[in-house]
Design a binder for this molecule. Structure first.
Ligand SMILES: C[S@@+](CC[C@H](N)C(=O)[O-])C[C@H]1O[C@@H](n2cnc3c(N)ncnc32)[C@H](O)[C@@H]1O
Length: 311
């Protein structure tokens, strides 16, 4: 079976193309499904191991400035609304639809917030942190497959730092599904990294596929224009945008348990190479190295929100 001669440790990559060329469509679909499953198993394992220290070292996950920017794009907030957080992790993205009381508790500003994720350990941590308040609204769902909700269920859908893991077809499918489960004039907001050129896409892919303990994924980071196209193709309008910069450094990835020492050295080498080249990529990510060998990276982040077309 020519189709199944693939390395399931890699997600799509060259194997994706060779599978697409395969004549036996049934076998191709089964093989793609197996590849996808194995990739998501690895993603789940990776996030499960990272969950205890997940928010500790990376500012962007809990940054109140980003939360406020995200809330602003949803305003005016309807207190009767139902919301969904896709790839919710510990639920930090949808805190934009919550408020913190004086005694530090999170209270939803909307009627219900629903959560989906593939990694139970991440969600469990969100429950322990008091962010995910009602576990009956949590579902363990692979968001690259169909979303298990009826049409016209939600007023707000948010997804943050998740869809870069979806390939272009999966992204389109997600937009189509979100378009279905949103009510008319419901809002869909994405917060994620943004590319500006083929060169910046190349660096995103290079670092991302080497960032985890096992190399299991490429990432597909759209340009701002490509995000707009995804919204427009799926019938969204009134698209609004904001921007944010996620300041990270490679030592924090190591201290946060995201990467091993070996991966730290590998990633530092990749970034140093870009710093030495000194071209557009270095500038776009504002790459620099401190005296003690820590590499600083500023990831440009887009917040983009569209409204489901009333028809
Ligand atoms: C980088 S974290 C972001 C978490 C959260 N959205 C935030 O902004 O803090 C990505 C999350 O997506 C989840 N995830 C990855 N692939 C997924 C999939 N196919 N379906 C659902 N969740 C997925 C992971 O388990 C992880 O919790």
């Amino acid at each position: 079976m020519r189709c199944l001669k693939v390395d399931p440790g890699k997600r799509f990559c060259s194997t994706h193309e060779s599978l697409q060329a395969c004549e036996d469509i049934g076998a191709m679909k089964r093989a793609l499904k197996l590849l996808r499953r194995s990739a998501f198993k690895k993603a789940e394992k990776d996030y499960a191991s990272r969950s205890p220290r997940y928010v500790l070292h990376i500012e962007t996950y809990t940054d109140p400035i980003l939360r406020q920017q995200s809330r602003d794009l949803f305003e005016p907030i309807n207190p009767e609304a139902k919301a969904l957080d896709i790839g919710c992790g510990q639920g930090d993205a949808s805190t934009c639809l919550q408020e913190k009381t004086e005694d530090g508790e999170w209270q939803p500003s909307v009627l219900e917030i629903h959560y989906i994720d593939i990694t139970p350990e991440m969600v469990q941590k969100g429950i322990e942190r008091g962010i995910i308040g009602d576990s009956k609204f949590v579902r363990r769902v692979n968001a690259s497959e169909r979303l298990p909700y009826a049409n016209d269920t939600f007023d707000y859908v948010i997804t943050r730092y998740f869809i870069h893991d979806l390939n272009p077809d999966e992204k389109r499918n997600l937009f189509r599904d979100v378009g279905g489960i949103l009510k008319s004039s419901g809002k869909f907001q994405i917060i994620d990294m943004v590319a500006d050129s083929e060169e910046s896409k190349r660096l995103y892919n290079l670092y991302h596929s080497r960032k985890t303990k096992e190399a299991y994924r490429q990432c597909w980071i759209p340009t701002s224009q490509e995000y707009y196209e995804l919204f427009a193709e799926s019938g969204f309008e009134n698209i609004k945008e904001d921007s944010y910069v996620s300041h990270v450094n490679t030592i924090d990835w190591f201290n946060g348990g995201q990467i091993t020492k070996e991966r730290l050295d590998l990633l530092n080498g990749i970034f140093r190479n870009e710093i030495d080249k000194g071209d557009h990529v270095k500038e776009y990510f504002n790459l620099r190295e401190t005296e003690d060998g820590n590499i600083l990276v500023d990831f440009p982040v887009i917040l983009i929100c569209g409204e489901k077309y009333l028809g």
